[in-house]
Design a protein around this ligand. Structure first.
Ligand code: GDP
Length: 176
C-alpha cells in the first residue's frame, strides 16, 4: 500500500477578548504548560508558535498572536487579524461584561476577517465556579447560533485547555 505522507499545516491563530480574561494565560498553558498567578497583563509577548501532531500524524503548527494589550484601545489594528485562519474569543465566566464584549469581537471578526475564519468562543476561569455569572448554556447557545466552536476552560488548573487547542487543530485540518 502507498505510504501516507503526513500533511504539515500552518495556521495563524489570534486571541481576542477583554483585558484580563486570561488570553495570554491560555497561550502560556498551551505552549509551555505553565500558569503565572501574578503575571501582569500582556506587554509585548505577542507571538508564539506551537506544533501539534494529530492522530493521523498530520502536523498542525499554530502561529499564535496575542493582542499585547491592544484590546484596551478602542479598535484593534486590522493587521492583527488579517489572514487569520482561526480566532479564539475569550471571556471570563465570572465577568458578564466580558461575555458581552466577546460578542462584539465576534461581530467585528465576521465583518473584518477572512470569511472562512474558524472562530472558537472560550469561557475561561471555570475554576472560579462559585463566582460564575455567565452560565454554560448562555455560552453554548450563543456559540451554536453563530456557528462557533465552544469551550469552557481554566488556564489555572489546565481544564480543557489542551483539548480546546487540539479540537481547533482537528477542525482546521478537516476543513482546510
Ligand atoms: P489577558 O489580559 O486576557 O491576557 O489575561 P491574563 O492572561 O493576563 O490573565 C489575567 C489575570 O487572570 C491574571 O492574574 C491571571 O493569573 C488570571 N487568570 C488567567 N486565567 C485564569 C484562570 O483560568 N483561572 C483563574 N482563577 N485566574 C486566571
Amino acid at each position: 500500500a502507498p505510504q501516507h505522507r503526513p500533511t504539515q499545516y500552518q495556521f495563524k491563530l489570534v486571541l481576542l477578548g477583554e483585558s484580563a480574561v486570561g488570553k495570554s494565560s491560555l497561550v502560556l498553558r498551551f505552549v509551555k504548560d505553565k500558569f503565572d498567578e501574578y503575571k501582569e497583563s500582556t506587554i509585548g509577548a505577542a507571538f508564539l508558535t506551537k506544533t501539534l501532531t494529530l492522530e493521523s500524524e498530520d502536523k498542525v503548527k499554530f502561529e499564535i498572536w496575542d493582542t499585547a494589550g491592544q484590546e484596551r484601545y478602542k479598535s484593534l489594528a486590522p493587521m492583527y487579524y488579517r489572514n487569520a485562519n482561526c480566532a479564539i474569543v475569550v471571556y471570563d465566566i465570572t465577568q458578564a461584561a466580558s461575555f458581552q464584549r466577546a460578542q462584539t469581537w465576534i461581530e467585528e471578526l465576521k465583518k473584518q476577517a477572512e470569511s472562512d475564519i474558524l472562530i472558537l468562543l472560550a469561557g475561561n476561569k471555570m475554576d472560579l465556579e462559585d463566582r460564575r455569572t455567565v452560565s454554560s448554556v448562555e455560552g453554548s447557545t450563543f456559540a451554536a447560533k453563530n456557528g462557533l466552536l465552544f469551550s469552557e476552560t481554566s488556564a489555572k488548573d489546565a481544564t480543557n485547555t489542551f483539548t480546546m487547542f487540539q479540537n481547533l487543530a482537528i477542525k482546521l485540518a478537516e476543513t482546510r
